[in-house]
Structures are given as C-alpha cells and as structure tokens.
Design a protein around this ligand. Sequence first.
Ligand SMILES: NC(=O)c1ccc[n+]([C@@H]2O[C@H](COP(=O)([O-])OP(=O)(O)OC[C@H]3O[C@@H](n4cnc5c(N)ncnc54)[C@H](O)[C@@H]3O)[C@@H](O)[C@H]2O)c1
Ligand SMILES: [Zn+2]
Length: 343
Amino acid sequence: MKILDIQGRTGHSTLAIGERLGNLSNYIPENTVIITDGHVRSLYQDRFPPCPVIEIGCGEEIKTLDTVQTIYQQLVELEVDRSWFIVGIGGGIVCDITGFVASTYLRGVRFGFVSSTLLAQVDASVGGKNGVNFSGYKNMVGVFNQPEFVICDLELLRSLPQGEVLCGLAEIIKHACIEDTAMFEFLEAASGRALALDPDAIERLVHDSVVIKSTIVNRDEREQGERRKLNFGHTFGHAFEKILRVPHGEAVAAGMVAASALSVKKGYLSPEDARRIETLLESVNLPTRFSVSGEKVVDAMRRDKKREGDVIHFVLLKGLGKAVVEAISLGELEAYMAEPDLF
Ligand SMILES: NC(=O)c1ccc[n+]([C@@H]2O[C@H](COP(=O)([O-])OP(=O)(O)OC[C@H]3O[C@@H](n4cnc5c(N)ncnc54)[C@H](O)[C@@H]3O)[C@@H](O)[C@H]2O)c1
Ligand SMILES: [Zn+2]
C-alpha cells in the first residue's frame, strides 16, 4: 500500500492506494452515512461497514441537483447532523455528488471517498472539484473542497467493464505525456500489464497519476493557468465526444493524438515522440483517430464553454513530459484543420 498526504489550499487529504474497502471502518467515526450507486452496492455491499446507506442511480443523467435534493432529504430523515461523516463509495459520479452534498449540507460536514473506478482513482477523486451537471452543462454547479481521505482499492477494479478501464488508462497516459517521461517509459514497457490490471503496475500508475494531478492542482487550485495542462487532449476530445458521442476516454485518446500532431506542426514536438504517444495508446486498445471533418471540429470548439472570445487555450507538448498552454485563435485553428494528418 502507498500512502500520500496532499496539502491542498482547500484542505488536507490522505490517499491510501492499495488499501481495502473492508478496512474502511478504520477511517470513519461511528456516525457515518454511505452514499453509493446501485451497481456498486450490489457488487460490494458485503464489504461495507454497518452504516446507513443512501443509494443513487447510475449514469451521467443522475448527476443533477434533483439527486442532490433527494440525498439531502434522506440525510434529514436519518437526522444526520454536523458531527456525522459522509463517505462516497463508487466511481467519479458518486464522488462528485458526495463531495458536493457533504460540502453544502449544513454548510459542510466531513467526508471521504472509496474510489471504485480507475478514472475516479486517477482523476475524479483528486483535486478537490465536486459538482453536478446543470441544464445540459457538465459540472456547472459545484465547490472546491478536499475529501479527508481517498481509499483506492485496486481489487475493486477487477469487476470494471473493459471500457471503464480504458477511460482510466487514457487519463493515466495523459498524466505521463504532460509531466513524467519515466512514467511514460514505464507505460511503454508495461502496457500489457496495465491493461490486465496487474496489481503492481496499477499501484504504481495510480500513485504516479495522483502525484502528478495533485502537484499540478496545488500549483493552481482554481484553474488559472497550470491546471489547464490537465486538459491535454481534452479540447479536441470534447469536440469528438460532442460530434461522435464516443466515450470520454476514447475521445481523449484521439484528442491527445490530434494535440500531438498540432504540436508537431508548430515545431514543438518531434514526429518520433508523437508516434510514440500514438503507439502507446494503440497498445492499450484505445482509438487514436476518428474520421471527422475539421470544419465540424472547429464548429464544436466554437460552442465550447471554455472558449474565451476568439481564442482557445490548447495544451501542446514541447517534448514528452513537457506541456505548455497556448492560446490559439479559431482562425489559426481553421488553417491547421485544412491540412491533412491532424486526426
Ligand atoms: N471531480 C473531478 O475532478 C472529475 C475529474 C474527472 C471526471 N469527473 C467525473 O467523473 C465522472 C465519471 O466517472 P466514472 O467513469 O468513474 O463514472 P461512474 O461513476 O459512472 O462509474 C462508471 C460505471 O461503473 C460502475 N462501477 C463503479 N465501480 C465499479 C466497480 N468496481 N466494478 C464494476 N462497476 C463499477 C458504476 O456503477 C457506473 O455504472 C463524470 O461525471 C466526470 O464528470 C470528475
Ligand atoms: Zn478527462
């Protein structure tokens, strides 16, 4: 097991990577309520400590203020007061909702997470962002607040569908690309083990990812500049998601290939390193290219809520492990899109 102590600006968080859900009772006070989804509950309820459970549904559609409201209602019925603790057991959706509920109910009660998906372990439960979707916009309403602890039980990952594993792997590869060449080389050597969820390989990758994400977030907790690096592959990715309705991880994988190609065109990244990124993604069975017109992609970016006026902040690579954020105008982007090989 690896323990990481993260001191964020909005609080202190302990991450236990390789800890077991069965040991959760060592981390929580007697008065604790669990929030989980129906799927995770049916798989793992026998490992939960004996606490009241609030169950929510599954899927992005339930990440709403309506769900938050039904949870508040149940907390009131359970007579939960500020001395209580709330723990979310589940993937990114459960963690995002739990963090938001705990931060707002009675103006804030203590909370922690047991992350049960690879994406939640390497991304969603790190960084202190909690929130819900609103009126069709993702993560529109939320707060910055750190969970007291995050347990990453690697054994829970064994029941994940392959598609969910790939979503986590895409973010892991992203972390290596933007910040850590040694991790990238490890991934190249151990991609098969990572895909097979080999415990040692996954423990190292979850650990390295959490270190990278939390370090970047600590330098910039509220997303002014540095935190934008975590969006590598996401500007193209969100466009692919919107146009093609592909899963987030797949869209980000192809988005990283497109952002690498743009970095090559700008003379920042060598074609060999861009090829290495694509090969690594291919080796874990992530898609690297989609057939979609540049026009449609620019159009989707134009409608991106992160656009600021006429420019979009792109994360480009100036070599493996070295991300830079650069404002590119939509006009310049259109010119690049007209050239072949971008995606
Ligand atoms: N807060 C952040 O910084 C941040 C960062 C990235 C993503 N997110 C959010 O995270 C969400 C996506 O997270 P996710 O991919 O974990 O989705 P999710 O929570 O929906 O989990 C995916 C599916 O896997 C199931 N599941 C969970 N654990 C399982 C297990 N151990 N075995 C089998 N099935 C299991 C869930 O029931 C669900 O059906 C999005 O809403 C996204 O916005 C937040
Ligand atoms: Zn992502």
